[in-house]
Design a protein around this ligand. Sequence first.
Ligand code: C2E
Ligand code: CA
Ligand code: CA
Length: 556
Amino acid sequence: MKYSDNSQLDKNGLDGRVFRAFAESSKRRYIYLCNLQTNVSRWSVSAIEYFGLPSEYMLDAGTIWESYIHPDDVEMYRADIASIFSGKTQYHNMEYRARNKDGQYVICTCCGFVLKGENGEPDLFAGTISNHGIVENVDSITNLYNIYQFMDAMRVLREKSEQTLILLIGLNHFDSVNSVYGYSFGNKVLRTFANGIKDIVRGNGQVYRLDGCKFAICMNVDNKMQTEIVYEKIQKMGLSQIFVEDTQIVLSVSGGAVFVNHNVAVGEFSIRSAVMHALDISKHERNGELVFFDDDSQGKSLRVLEMMDRLRKDIINGCQNFYLNYQPLVRAENGSVIGMEALIRWSNPLFGEAAPGVFIPWLENDPCFYDLGNWIMERALTDGKKIIEKNPDFLVHVNISYTQLQRTGFRDSVLEILAKTQFPPQNLYLELTERCRNLDLNYLKEEIQFFHTQNINIAIDDFGIGASSFSLIRELPLKCLKIDRSFISNIYQNKKDQYIVDAMLNCARNLDIEVCLEGVETEELRDFLQCYQADIHQGYFYSRPVNYRKFLELLD
Ligand code: C2E
Ligand code: CA
Ligand code: CA
């Protein structure tokens, strides 16, 4: 059927004066309504005119629209639309660039929601596309090329003949400049800093401003020492050479770097995630010291980049090659299994098995991690539900990363998965992994309060290491503290560990919070720990993480 042949389309349910009224209400915000059963859509006439789409009613508008989206953004768009049509997600919320009828790209944010029919099938998909105007290549504050140009540059790296260094610079605590001096002053500081970087790099590379306070530099530098020299110059410039309106501003920076080799086929998103990961470590763990993505030899770093590319592709292809292992949580006093923690595994034919401790931190910087997080939750709750049918008190712990918790749609995703799997919320524990605790305390509080009102339990993972302030315990309605295994593994030889664990346990007990001791590796350790009277134990002594089939055998 031709798209423009409206007469044959089944417009049932799409007609209506309300649609027209909304569609007319804004020239810059378009609305769409799609019947997911027939795949017929109706779009605002203003969108049809602006983009030059075939007609107000379209068959398979998702595919038609895809041909208008910028090639760099298509992959994520396609994955998102596929999960809408398959009923996997109900919310659509993304930003992409779309081409208008004059061939210019405009930035669009597209939000949508799927309504389900009586039998639970996806029925109607409705939403809005907001047009934020033509994509500029240059950031108006610093006059540097912006993130779109940066991504374009990353895309063509493999066509270059020499190795390229990508250096990412982040400004630490820039918020405080804005809050003390105001935004327009803050903008001047950014401009001065950007000019400083340009001077340092001049003639030898290109500088970009990414989102917020991040700057990227692409340079033809082929060794770490040269990179360190450039980084030190930038550090020094931030600390001592920023003067705006006669005021000296001291800027501390963090830096992450990755080398990209021309003959390695790695996508631009993987490069961005790799260098963001290195920057994260610099900022949170190394006090601003320059960090190279995978600090080993460059050869290895390239293999790691390729691996990351694979991981991304596997996630986008419906999380193929991922599976879950489960480790039992046992009642400390008698060793009976009361629940399980879901632990992700990835096994790719080209790269073998990779440990989550390695790939989760890389992926956390990648928007596609969100889909993996939802996949993990759905898998774990589907498996857990079958056990709950026989054992109604059985608990399922799922690890949550800060990128999930940060997303506005996270609450809805959790509720959706609970509804879909029919999993009882009171049997679910969300384990907030270490980085979650770096989020703003008020934000954290709101999110946790919300889950609390939904009867979902919150556990703090790896308590005692990283950001583990006691104000978390004071402010948040927590159900469980998991004491990190670094306090447990040597406890019988280490008095300090004994005092610390004792103090944490006492505090939790008085506040009515359960305690789980992690890393119970041996019988000797288990026996020693009995005197602490924790609620839950977890560790290799009881069982290593095993696949679902083995876990069921273990339960029997
Ligand atoms: P975690 O959440 O602290 O998970 C426990 C880790 O300790 C698991 O490693 C487990 O195999 C290991 N472990 C358990 N008992 C013992 C023991 O007695 N001795 C020792 N030495 N280790 C023990 P794994 O599976 O490699 O996971 C590592 C980390 O990766 C996890 O630490 C968690 O932070 C992250 N991770 C794993 N799965 C997921 C996931 O599904 N989502 C997210 N966001 N993170 C995950
Ligand atoms: Ca955990
Ligand atoms: Ca843990």
